[in-house]
Design a protein around this ligand. Structure first.
Ligand code: TYM
Length: 331
C-alpha cells in the first residue's frame, strides 16, 4: 500500500439475485480498488429487512452472496469483507445519526419514495431511515471513497451532509467521503425497458441478467433484449436499448464505444446481441466456477467473515467511542 492509499468502503444487500448491474456498477470496481487502497466491504443484511424477508432464504442468500463476491475477486488477504449485522457499531451509530438527520431530508430520498410505492403494506420506519444506516456504515470507517452505482448517489450526498453537520456541531469527527461512480456502467438498464434501471426485483425475468444465470439463459436474455427499429450499432442517447447493450459490452471487454461501433459496423443488431450474450456468458463462467467451490466450503466462509468482522469492529469502535465522547454520554 503506498502513501496515496485511501480508505474505501462499500456494501451490497444480500437480498437474492446479484445482477450484472451490481457487477459492472460496483463489484468490478471494488475488485480493482483492492490493489491500491485499504478496502472495507460488507454485506448489508441489516438493510435487507426494510422489506419482508423469509428467514431461511435470507440466511441462504447471505452465504451465497458472500461466496459470490469472493468468486468475483474480493480478496480477504487484501480487504475486509464482513456481514454488517456481525458488527454492532453500525446499528449504534445509525441510531445516533438518526438524531442529526432531518425528516425532510429522508422524505426526499427517491429510493424511499419508490420503495414505499412498491411495498404499500409495509412502509416501516426502517425503510424511511435506511439511508442513515448507510451513512453510519460509511462514516464509521472514516472512508475517503465509496464506489457505488448512480442509484446510490443521493444517499452519498446525504452522508456528506450529515458528516459536515456533525463536524460543525462537535468539531472534526468524520471524514467527508467522495462517491466513486464509474464513467461506464454506473447505471445498467433493464434489457426489457431500457428507460428503467436493471433491478433484481423486476418481475420480468428477461429484464435482468444474474451473475449466476446459466450461459444459455444469458445468451437468450440478450437475444430478447429490446432495441429500436434501426439496425446500426451506434451509441446514441436517443436509442437507449442499443446504447445500454454497447455500454454492457464495453464494461465487459474494456473496449471504447468507437471500437465497438467499428467492430460491428455493417452488421445488424442480431449479430451484436449474439456476440454480447456469448461474451458475458464467457466472462461469468469463471466466476460461476469459483462460486461453486466457495459455496461448498462453509467453514472457510465462516473463517473469512468472522475475522473480517473482528477487525471491522476494532476500527469502527474507535469512531463510535469518539462520537460518544463528543456527544457527552457518560462512558
Ligand atoms: P444494492 O445492494 O442495491 O446495490 C449494490 C451496488 O450495485 C449498484 N447497482 C447498480 N449499478 C449500476 N447499474 C445498476 N442497474 C445497478 N443496480 C445496483 C448500486 O449502486 C450499489 O453500489 N444501500 C446499498 C447498500 C449499502 C451501501 C452502504 C453502499 C449499504 N450500506 C454503504 C455503499 C456504502 C444498496 O442497497 O445497494
Amino acid at each position: 500500500m503506498d502513501s496515496f492509499a485511501k480508505t474505501v468502503f462499500s456494501a451490497i444487500q444480500p437480498s437474492g439475485t446479484i445482477t450484472i448491474g451490481n457487477y459492472f456498477g460496483a463489484i468490478k470496481n471494488w475488485v480493482e480498488l483492492q490493489n491500491k487502497h485499504n478496502c472495507i466491504f460488507a454485506l448489508a443484511d441489516l438493510h435487507t429487512i426494510t422489506v419482508m424477508q423469509d428467514p431461511a432464504k435470507l440466511k441462504r442468500n447471505t452465504l451465497e452472496a458472500y461466496a459470490l463476491l469472493l468468486a468475483c475477486g474480493i480478496n480477504v488477504e487484501k480487504s475486509l469483507f464482513f456481514i454488517q449485522s456481525h458488527v454492532n457499531t453500525h446499528a449504534q451509530l445509525s441510531w445516533i445519526l438518526d438524531c442529526y438527520t432531518q425528516f425532510g431530508e429522508l422524505s426526499r430520498m427517491t429510493q424511499f419514495k419508490d420503495k414505499s410505492k412498491k411495498h404499500v403494506d409495509n412502509i416501516n420506519c426502517g425503510l424511511f431511515s435506511y439511508p442513515v444506516l448507510m451513512v453510519a456504515d460509511i462514516l464509521l470507517y472514516q472512508a475517503d471513497m465509496v464506489p457505488i452505482g448512480l442509484d446510490q448517489k443521493q444517499h452519498l450526498e446525504l452522508t456528506r451532509t450529515v458528516a459536515e453537520r456533525f463536524n460543525f456541531l462537535y468539531g472534526e469527527t468524520f471524514k467527508v467521503p467522495e462517491a466513486y461512480i464509474p464513467k461506464n456502467g454506473a447505471r445498467i438498464m433493464s434489457l426489457q425497458d431500457p428507460c428503467k434501471k436493471m433491478s433484481k426485483s423486476d418481475e420480468n425475468l428477461n429484464s435482468w441478467v444474474a451473475i449466476l444465470d446459466s450461459s444459455d439463459n444469458i445468451i437468450k436474455k440478450f437475444k430478447r433484449a429490446v432495441t429500436d427499429s434501426e439496425s446500426c450499432v451506434r451509441y446514441d442517447e436517443s436509442k437507449p436499448g442499443i446504447s445500454n447493450l454497447i455500454t454492457i459490452y464495453s464494461c465487459a471487454t474494456g473496449k471504447s464505444f468507437d471500437e465497438i461501433e467499428k467492430e460491428f459496423d455493417g452488421v445488424g443488431y442480431g449479430i451484436f446481441k449474439e456476440a454480447i450474450g456469448e461474451c458475458i456468458a464467457e466472462n461469468l463462467s469463471a466466476v460461476q466456477h469459483r462460486f461453486s467451490e466457495f459455496i461448498q466450503d462453509k467453514s472457510y466462509l465462516e473463517k473469512c467473515y468472522k475475522e473480517s468482522a473482528e477487525r471491522a469492529l476494532c476500527l469502527s469502535d474507535k469512531t463510535l467511542k469518539n462520537v460518544i465522547e463528543k456527544i457527552g454520554f457518560v462512558k
